[in-house]
Design a protein. Structure first.
Length: 76
């Protein structure tokens, strides 16, 4: 599974920008996409499949994009 730092690398590579740090959570916004994404700041934690799918869906990115950049599920 993927680590939190990998999903952060994926979404920031897609243009998401951090807007606030609140305790153990970071919030991101995208200049061209609606909504916010809240991510745990525990960078070494492994993401469960459902959490990973939810974050990818919220960000509007694909796991194929992550593989292209050498992150996320490039290893099983």
């Amino acid at each position: 599974m993927a680590k939190m730092q990998e999903i952060i690398r994926l979404i920031t590579g897609d243009g998401w920008q951090i807007i606030t740090l609140r305790g153990p959570h970071w919030q991101f916004v995208h200049p061209g996409k609606p909504g916010r994404i809240t991510i745990s700041a525990h960078l070494e934690h492994e993401l469960g499949r459902e959490t990973l799918n939810s974050l990818v869906r919220q960000a509007g990115v694909t796991l194929k994009e992550g593989k292209k950049h050498g992150t996320l599920l490039g290893r099983h």
